[in-house]
Design a binder for this molecule. Structure first.
Ligand SMILES: NC(=O)c1ccc[n+]([C@@H]2O[C@H](COP(=O)([O-])OP(=O)(O)OC[C@H]3O[C@@H](n4cnc5c(N)ncnc54)[C@H](O)[C@@H]3O)[C@@H](O)[C@H]2O)c1
Length: 356
């Protein structure tokens, strides 16, 4: 039987990521899945039958349901903004999948509309909730690294050509299908969250293994952070069979390396008793997306759902606010601009030309 003390969620879009949200909501104990909506009736029917929720043919209809208190926007990247604005204007809290939008102008508009409507807006960048990431952040805040010298990410993943042709939006630059804004956005966000903001970036983008698909499948970028640290962003979906993501932070007094969701290296000059436990954070058995879009656990999504419910109930901001993601989007857009102009780009971006 439904537990009506749980917050009611409605999912917009029942494609690839929707089951992860549904399972996360179900497992959370603080939320319940009320409804879903999709343009494709058969996809929607299959989903609502599997996850036992109401089906609505449009967002407009779903917003008439008073049990839907939070809308999760799970549509293709370029379609997030109108849905977020519509849900917010109808007084619903919103969780939007990454990247929240395709331009900074749209981010600012969403921010304004959600603030005016008095609703919470959270972004699904679930990797921020990983214990290893939170430990690195805490050590940075405590100054354990000393001056940070390098902060890098290496995402050597694989997606087949079939992945790119399975839906029209997955092969269109303007839909946000390239590896930089689609898969690597999570790890660019982690670097930004931990070490950012960024001062300058120089990026090269190519397509190594997906002929005929007009998006970059490989990114290589050099970055200088505002705090003086340097870094490399390497990201690809061309490198079969796909190996676990690496995120590395090196400071004058310590080094931390996360592989997948697991703490691989945790070493500080001021070794502390709690460090031993931190070295065991995460598990090599949790799939983090290296070999396919379906190769992902839902526990990070669960943490995002639980945080959103707590934010709404306690009147605080969610952990992953749109304002905190804006610099990540700006950095990603700057990399597209840099690759297009074949030149280093300095932030803040003065223009969003030459991005798409
Ligand atoms: N957080 C993560 O780790 C993660 C992983 C995969 C995808 N995503 C994000 O989730 C979003 C969706 O990706 P996906 O892979 O599930 O895409 P998808 O194409 O598999 O699913 C999107 C669904 O949205 C539906 N849709 C489009 N416009 C709609 C509208 N106006 N109303 C109702 N439904 C509509 C489509 O019919 C489709 O079924 C993207 O933003 C993507 O970046 C996040």
């Amino acid at each position: 039987m439904a537990n009506y003390s749980r917050l009611g969620f409605g999912l917009l879009g029942t494609g690839l990521i929707a089951p992860f949200h549904a399972k996360a909501i179900r497992a959370s104990g603080v939320a319940r899945l009320v409804a879903a909506s999709d343009l494709y009736a058969d996809r929607l029917a299959k989903f609502t039958s599997e996850f036992q929720c109401k089906a609505y043919a449009s967002l407009e209809q779903m917003l008439l349901d008073p049990d839907v208190q939070v809308v999760n926007v799970l549509t293709p990247n370029h379609l997030h903004v109108p849905a977020v604005l519509q849900a917010a204007r109808a007084g619903r809290h919103v969780l939007v999948e990454k990247p929240p939008a395709m331009s900074l102008r749209e981010v600012d508009k969403m921010q304004k509309v959600c603030a005016a409507a008095g609703v919470k807006l959270g972004v699904v960048l679930q990797c921020r909730t990983r214990r290893a990431v939170q430990a690195i952040r805490q050590a940075i805040l405590e100054g354990r690294f000393g001056q940070i010298l390098e902060a890098d990410t290496y995402m050597k993943w694989f997606r087949s050509s079939h992945y790119y042709t399975s839906d029209a939006w997955r092969a269109q630059q303007r839909s946000g299908a390239g590896v930089t804004i689609q898969q690597a956005f999570h790890y660019i966000d982690l670097l930004q969250y931990l070490v950012g903001p960024v001062k300058t970036v120089e990026a090269k983008m190519t397509n190594l293994a997906h002929p005929g698909i007009p998006v970059e499948d490989t990114l290589l970028a050099f970055v200088t952070y505002q705090n003086g640290a340097r870094g490399v962003v390497q990201a690809s979906t061309a490198l079969w069979p796909g190996t676990d993501l690496r995120l590395e932070v090196n400071g004058e007094n310590g080094t931390a390396i996360m592989v997948g969701e697991r703490m691989d290296t945790w070493k500080f000059k001021d070794d502390r008793p709690e460090d031993d436990a931190i070295r065991h954070y995460g598990s090599a058995a949790v799939a983090t997306g290296s070999t396919g879009a379906a190769d992902l656990g839902f526990h990070d999504h669960q943490a995002v759902i639980e945080d959103m419910v707590a934010a709404i109930q306690n009147g605080r901001e969610p952990l992953i606010t749109l304002a905190s993601v804006r610099p990540t989007l700006e950095w990603a857009l700057a990399m597209y601009q840099s690759a297009k102009q074949d030149a280093a780009v300095t932030l803040p971006l003065t223009s969003e030309e030459d991005v798409w």
